[in-house]
Design a protein around this ligand. Structure first.
Ligand SMILES: [Zn+2]
Length: 313
């Protein structure tokens, strides 16, 4: 959320009527005073409140939100609503949760609703895809907008015409990755594992089970399966390392051609090791290792022009 931080600093400067550089200096001072126990985003929020600036009664744009922010107010359009899920709490009570993506003209973000009164608005169909909503008193946690019992959500009459619906991958360092978010990172490939293969149903793309000579899909019974590949990499960007998962098309973007030609693969792997590339995807928890991993959705070459202009600075 590097860009978000920049925008937040600009907003503080504008509201306080001081220079942006002055705000940045105050943030640095606050950070060193707290012996680095706080992120620059956290320090910026303290500086804002010390300057008497509160955004509590103000609607923010989604691209202005910062980690740890509370009492967030936004207006956005529901662009992707997931089914309501029921779960049992540790106390044995039945509870509900629902996720949707909410978008404005600056960005989009996943919203998580925990309050049954809020969820009822979705169950009744008052809040659905395409509807604009006004959210108040929400909290930003792990890159998601959380609405608890003290938050509010209602249908907004604001007409939001052009909202950002494409997936936003926020540029981050690996150390800053949060579970559940879409992130983009420039990192070095430090390890490449052997590809593994599996078979899927050509109709529904679900994994099929081998029964004797036949392949069986849970829905489509006996099928002629399609072979798919998966490959794991370890990336390192200097702040941390992370295990990644790449499937079929993305493996091609990485530059690996024929995975079943062992000799060719070995050469291609040698070329890739130590290479820096841009990886975008979703951060998930690997249930087996209980560590975060990046499910890569796209791989890009580092933009040479950008690298050069940064070196010239
Ligand atoms: Zn199937």
């Amino acid at each position: 959320m590097t860009g978000n931080y920049e925008r937040f600093i600009e907003k503080i400067a504008k509201s306080a009527g001081i220079e942006k550089l002055d705000v940045e200096k105050r943030v640095e001072e606050k950070k060193s005073k707290l012996s680095g126990f706080i992120s620059k985003e956290g320090a910026a929020q303290i500086v804002a409140s010390e300057l008497g600036i509160s955004f509590e009664n103000e609607k923010l744009k989604i691209n202005e939100l910062l980690p740890g922010m509370r009492r967030i107010n936004i207006v956005g359009k529901v662009i992707n609503l997931f089914p309501v899920r029921t779960f049992t709490t540790k106390k044995g009570e039945e509870s509900k949760v629902v996720n949707f993506w909410v978008a404005d003209d600056s960005s989009n973000i996943k919203a998580v609703l925990w309050d049954t009164n809020h969820i009822a608005l979705i169950e009744k169909g008052e809040i659905k895809e395409g509807v604009s909503v006004e959210i108040s008193n929400a909290t930003l946690r792990d890159g998601e907008l959380h609405l608890g019992n003290f938050s509010e959500i209602k249908v907004s009459q604001d007409v939001l015409e052009e909202v950002i619906t494409e997936k936003i991958f926020r540029e981050k360092s690996i150390a800053e990755f949060n579970k559940g978010e879409n992130a983009s990172v420039r990192a070095f490939i430090v390890q490449i594992f052997e590809p593994r293969f599996f078979y899927v149903c050509p109709e529904c793309s679900k994994k099929v089970i081998k029964e004797g000579e036949a392949f069986v899909c849970g829905t489509h019974e006996k099928v002629v399966p399609e072979k798919r590949a998966v490959i794991n990499l370890v990336l390192d960007d200097g702040t941390n390392s992370i295990r990644t998962v790449l499937f079929h098309e993305v493996i091609k973007e990485l530059g690996l051609g024929d995975l079943e030609d062992a000799e060719k693969l070995l050469l291609e792997k040698q070329k890739l090791l130590g290479k820096e590339m841009i990886f975008s995807g979703n951060v998930r928890n690997n249930a087996f290792f209980n560590t975060p991993e990046l499910i890569v959705e796209s791989v890009k070459e580092t933009d040479l022009d950008k690298v050069i202009s940064e070196l010239e600075k």
